[in-house]
Design a protein around this ligand. Structure first.
Ligand SMILES: [Zn+2]
Length: 412
């Protein structure tokens, strides 16, 4: 875009709080009709109130630029669009914001945020740029956000004798859900991503039933399923009310909900695309990556990823050039130490696809559309955390009396 849209010409009161994640918060435009803002959502960065810092990887090759466009935009343009068909990605443009405008927005809307979030962080008011995107949750019909998570079982090649059986029997999500539930957290117990990714009608229906049950059972606290009507997140409690004769039961609603989404989930190629990318970009498993890292270290072994520079956009360009030309013929069973950084970047990218959401809009006539969101790049220092978390998850699952037997998505 030649001229950047200035969001501070609107009133902060014309924006409605939608939702937030760990690093960003989203508002949708609800003001007077505007060719620039109607049908858009504003995504802003958050900052922890303690540090005032925004924790984002630096992507830019030119750090002396005034304030670069948000990494979400830059990363989508340069990286994600080379992997995911553009028709499934939301339109993102850079927009200018000002500190007084962001402060006022914060003042007006902070009370609408979940209590637990308010004490921890807030809008990063010192940012000069934000992301203006298609409003995927407002508009006609209803919108379902699904965070599908890990859609494959790892190859056993790089797994330790200790973890091999566990990790090839039970998928990562089901093991992690077990750990979280023993910690007393709300989780989508029973939901297995491999069912959702299977393309098999019966299994996809089972996945949707499990997601619905977890959504109802946790009063909407689990983040694998969210439902929006007219831009507002629906609370399961609004469905659980005293029954009158002839009212649909929760089971009826679950069936109608699943039936409305099933055609889109079975027809869209995007689920298969996502699980293929997750798996292809993670050929070694974190265990194989850790082993390769150790092999490359001459003396004391630093934590996985420590000392690796955060990839720049040029690094990502080069990575994708190799990915598209050589990845399929590389011998991933015997990875070359010379490719260590390549495998680390691949794992980072795989993590984005393991943590994204799909948005399914069901229009009043039943027509559906699907988009993929939250494909931000993760900082490289996560690698070490993921290695530790993986070990913790597997350890907590070892020796469990009746492990869940997850069926890989293409196994049927
Ligand atoms: Zn599973």
């Amino acid at each position: 875009m030649s001229t950047t849209i200035n969001v501070s010409v609107t009133s902060p009161a014309d924006w409605k709080y939608i939702s937030e994640g760990g690093s960003s918060i989203v508002f949708s435009y609800a003001g007077p009709a505007s060719p620039y803002f109607t049908g858009t959502a504003l995504r802003l960065r958050k900052t922890s109130t303690a540090s005032g810092q925004v924790d984002l990887p630096v992507l830019h090759d030119t750090p002396d630029e005034e304030e670069p466009d948000d990494p979400t935009i830059v990363f989508q343009r340069r990286v994600t669009q080379r992997l995911v068909p553009e028709e499934y990605l939301p339109r993102l443009v850079s927009a200018n914001v000002t500190e007084p405008w962001l402060s006022e927005l914060h003042e007006i809307h902070n009370e609408h945020r979940p209590q637990a979030r308010r004490g921890k962080d807030g809008i990063a008011v010192k940012k000069a740029k934000a992301v203006l995107a298609d409003d995927l949750v407002g508009g006609e019909g209803f919108v379902v956000e699904i965070k599908p998570k890990w859609g494959f079982l790892p190859s056993s090649v790089h797994l330790s004798p200790r973890s091999k059986l566990t990790k090839t029997t039970t998928c990562r999500f089901c093991m992690h859900a077990h750990l979280k539930s023993t910690d007393g957290k709300d989780v989508s117990l029973g939901y297995c991503p491999l069912d959702l990714f299977s393309g098999d009608k019966v299994r996809v229906m089972k996945a949707m039933h499990n997601l619905w049950d977890a959504w109802i059972g946790s009063s909407g606290q689990v983040n694998n399923l969210r439902v929006f009507v007219g831009g507002t997140m629906l609370k399961p409690t609004s469905l659980v009310r005293p029954q009158h004769f002839g009212d649909p039961t929760l089971s009826d609603l679950r069936d109608a909900f699943t039936a409305a989404l099933l055609p889109a989930l079975l027809q869209t190629p995007i689920l298969q695309k996502l699980s293929n990318l997750q798996q292809t970009l993670d050929p070694l498993d974190i265990e194989g990556l850790t082993a390769l890292w150790s092999e490359a270290s001459e003396t004391a072994i630093p934590p996985l990823g420590q000392g690796l520079a955060e990839p720049t956009l040029s690094d990502w360009d080069a990575f994708l050039d190799v990915y598209h030309t050589k990845h399929s013929t590389m011998d991933h069973d015997h990875p070359d130490v010379a490719n260590l950084r390549y495998y680390c970047l691949a794992y980072l990218l795989s993590a984005s696809f393991k943590d994204c959401s799909i948005m399914i809009r069901v229009k009043p006539g039943g027509e559906t559309s699907v988009a993929v969101i939250d494909l931000d790049v993760k900082p490289i220092d996560r690698l070490h955390k993921w290695a530790l978390l993986d070990a913790e998850i597997v350890q907590a699952y070892e020796g469990i009396a009746e492990p869940t037997k997850c069926v890989d998505r293409w196994a049927m």
